[in-house]
Write a new protein. Structure first.
Length: 422
């Protein structure tokens, strides 16, 4: 069973693939835009399918549109999957998600070329719609695999323009009517590994090329509507107004203060999406719609903050004579990474003499949902200047090559140590 074949992560081949992939949805300032369901999403999927098939992997699309490319194993054992997502935020960078998918591709190709005889089936996975999207369902693919999204929720889901999710999923090769088939359990999927950019400055500050992730923050999102009174912007006295924009603005500033007052590093909040109606220069805004997001390392703090926000927003709304409504659209608990996988990643890094840090992730990832039913682990490479979700996002190839090698050797170690009784 033991085989000592050596597989090396090729930086040159990874980089060539990465540059080609980065042209899909390329923007003028070096970033990419590949939102879920777009023409660029379809093109990225086609590229991955063609590339995986060329190197002889068994390529499949599941019912939610996740891409799986499998290298069969010599034993009937649970699969070990490695991957991330290929979609991007609007005006995003080249590395978020794509790094993990293309590193997974290089990992499997290197193992194949090195003649490694894997016991477990090994798979590349690229999840559908990891980033926030018009359907308000981020990490859609991994949540579905983990059985954390209901079929009826998915079937009823529409974007803000009325396009059904079913329509968007069919366009990427899935079908929500069969969405239960995309679900996996730990006897089918034994472990999941994800390589990702850090999206912060902690590794750069620590001058380490690599981090083993210990856990991932919880994320809570509310869709808020503030309803005031639209009226003439000239003839309505300032004291007679119920301006939805101003009320929402006061609520937003109160939200920031409430979070700052807690003085906790692992607690943050954002209002990143905001719309006013009718959005005309000569009309007092009649309503405002926005998304409030809270992230925390503790589920209790996250829920306490959500309750406090609603209380303060109600008080402000009552004083300004507007109506406040909020609907929970995401309530995702923090998740710890698997201890066995963490030890494997650390052991391999030590053997390769690569200095590493341990980090708790304040960014959400597909690994959060994988961790709910299988052994999940993550590696981070440094983000230059900590920049992410913007076109300046950048990581060094030297760091990626080190992390890629840790990924390859960790997969080999997991393949040889997991399920050894079988
Ligand atoms: Zn990502």
């Amino acid at each position: 069973m033991e085989n000592s074949a050596k597989a090396s992560f090729s930086g040159d081949r990874f980089w060539a693939n990465f540059l080609t992939f980065s042209k899909i949805g390329a923007l003028s300032q070096g970033g990419v835009e590949r939102p879920f369901g777009s023409a660029e999403d379809l093109e990225a999927r086609k590229y991955l399918r063609d590339t995986c098939q060329t190197i002889g992997l068994d390529f499949q699309v599941d019912a939610i549109g996740n891409l799986w490319a499998v290298m069969p194993g010599s034993k009937d054992l649970p699969m070990i999957a490695v991957g991330s997502h290929h979609d991007s935020v609007p005006q995003g960078g080249r590395f978020d998600g794509a790094l993990g998918v293309l590193a997974a591709l290089e990992t499997l190709q290197a193992l194949k070329e090195g003649g490694y005889q894997n016991r477990h089936p090994l798979a590349l996975v690229s999840f559908t719609a990891e980033e926030p999207n018009p359907f308000n369902l981020s990490t859609m693919g991994s949540r579905t695999v983990a059985g954390r999204l209901r079929k009826d929720t998915l079937l009823l889901s529409k974007d803000w323009n009325g396009r059904t999710l079913q329509d968007a999923i069919r366009a990427v090769g899935g079908n929500l009517e069969q969405v239960e088939e995309a679900r996996k359990n730990s006897s089918e999927l034994g472990a999941f590994l994800e390589l990702h950019i850090e999206q912060g400055k902690r590794l750069e500050r620590a001058q380490k090329p690599l981090a083993v992730v210990t856990g991932i923050c919880g994320i809570y999102r509310l869709e808020v509507t503030v309803t005031g009174e639209a009226n003439h912007a000239g003839t309505t006295m300032l004291t007679d107004r119920h301006d939805a924009f101003l009320a929402a603005s006061e609520i937003a500033l109160a939200f920031e203060k409430m979070l700052l007052d807690q003085q906790q590093d692992e607690l943050v909040g954002t209002i990143g999406r905001f719309e006013i109606f009718p959005n005309a220069a000569n009309i007092i805004p009649g309503s405002a719609r926005f998304i409030v997001e809270i992230r925390a390392s503790s589920v209790n703090i996250m829920h306490e903050m959500a309750a406090l926000f609603q209380k303060e927003a109600q008080t402000i709304s009552a004083r300004r004579g507007v109506q406040f409504q909020a609907q929970v659209i995401l309530d995702q608990a923090p998740e710890a990474m698997d201890q066995f996988v963490i030890s494997t990643l650390e052991d391999v890094s030590t053997k390769l003499k690569i200095p590493y840090d341990r980090l708790f992730s304040m960014a959400g990832h597909d690994a959060t949902h994988m961790a709910s039913f299988t052994k999940a682990g993550m590696l981070f490479v440094p983000s230059i200047d900590g920049k992410s979700h913007c076109q300046d996002e950048e990581s060094r190839l030297e760091d990626i090559v080190l992390a890629g090698q840790v990924m390859i050797d960790s997969i080999i170690q997991l393949d040889q140590t997991m399920d050894t009784n079988s």
